[in-house]
Design a protein around this ligand. Structure first.
Ligand code: PMV
Length: 360
């Protein structure tokens, strides 16, 4: 028996992945760029018991039988309720990881073992379900890494190599992407770009940032992000979108390398409106916005008009991410509590990406 514990954070895109070139491989239509989070993450455990046949078992509960359950030892960790479709999707992905392991390992002079038997997988998120934090990004990243570590003949050597080699991180990210697109940006940090098959860490002179997330709504999404990726292409605004987003992604890299906060804030603002405008204008229009989202955006228009000291973005949901300098975070929290006191607020700093925590 071998058991591997990993952790992978979520990430928040400033230039968005929206629209695919290849839906089966999750290849994006355009380049995107995100900030990796830290404490808002998934902790995952994969256990392999060798046997005659390969099967996958999702453990939907914390495990009191484990003397010290590492998953639930994380503050606020919650085991998500996965429906059968989600369990099947993850099992198929873990199968893909096992099948891809020999070639991937060989590329790094490592050996893969043959994994046959029962694979038990568990995961817990440190953020509430449907909180506007993408759990698929962090959970696919964490489970891909745990499964792949088990596939290594020498798991400890794989661990050391993973920590030391950005090429190996990128190869694991490519594999994870096939299960969930945006998960490929959770393997490095704090800033990661993704175009086609390639992810890369982006050099930055920015001060440390904190993401303050105003939780407007926590209801499950009415339109899944897979559906959104399809529908945006029917918007009249799709024309020129790929070129605009790629240009924005290049511009953002330049602004990050110079630490130009204001230019980043303006760029992220335009990008957020553009992605949501695609949703609002496609053949079958939809919106993720709630009245609370609009209230916050209207307030931000006034608040930021003389001083762009926050980078604002929204994902496929009603919640508003406000990225501020960590040194300003306490003041921002007070200000947000004053204006939106009743609204829950999540707070997290930038992070460094997925890691292997334990092999036993
Ligand atoms: O990885 P997916 O298919 O859930 O798509 C994520 C899309 C957005 O979160 C809306 C944008 C992004 O780049 O993360």
């Amino acid at each position: 028996m071998i058991r591997v514990l990993t952790r992978a954070p979520s990430n928040i895109a400033l230039v968005k992945y929206m629209g695919k070139d290849d839906a089966r491989a999750n290849l994006p239509a355009n380049g995107s760029l995100s900030m990796t989070l830290d404490g808002l993450c998934t902790v995952a455990e994969v256990e392999w018991n060798p046997g005659a046949e390969l099967s996958f078992v999702w453990k939907p509960v914390a495990d009191p039988a484990l003397e010290s359950d590492k998953l639930t030892a994380f503050p606020t960790a919650r085991v998500p309720l996965l429906n059968q479709a989600a369990v099947d999707r993850m099992s198929r992905h873990l199968m893909r990881v096992i099948e891809s392991a020999p070639a991937l390992m060989a590329g790094f002079g490592l050996e893969a073992r043959s994994v046959v038997g029962t694979v038990v997988f568990r995961a817990a998120n440190t953020f509430p379900a449907s909180s506007g934090i993408a759990s698929s990004a962090s959970s696919f990243a964490a489970l891909t890494l745990a499964m792949l570590t088990i596939c290594a003949e020498d798991a400890k050597a794989f661990h050391a190599r993973f920590d030391a080699s950005s090429e190996l991180k990128q190869a694991v990210a490519r594999l994870s992407r096939q299960g969930s697109g945006s998960s490929c940006r959770s393997f490095d940090g704090p800033f990661v770009s993704w175009r086609g098959e390639t992810t890369a860490s982006v050099p930055s002179k920015m001060p440390e940032l904190t993401d303050l997330v105003l939780l407007v709504g926590t209801a499950p999404k009415s339109v899944s992000s897979s559906e959104a990726h399809l529908r945006v292409k029917t918007s009249p605004l799709w024309q020129g979108r790929v070129e605009r987003a790629n240009r924005r992604s290049d511009d953002l890299k330049r602004h990050l390398s110079r630490g130009d906060f204001e230019s980043i804030a303006r760029l992220a603002w335009d990008e957020m409106w553009e992605m949501h405008s695609l949703f609002h204008t496609c053949a079958e229009p939809f919106t993720y916005w709630e009245p609370g989202s609009v209230t916050i955006l209207k307030w931000l228009v006034q608040r930021l008009k003389d001083r762009w000291d926050a980078i604002v973005t929204m994902d496929a949901g009603p919640n508003v991410h406000i990225l501020v300098r960590s040194e300003d975070a306490a003041n921002w929290k007070t200000e947000l509590a004053h204006h939106f006191g009743g609204m829950p607020l999540l707070s997290d700093t930038q992070g460094a990406g997925a890691s292997i925590l334990e092999i036993s």
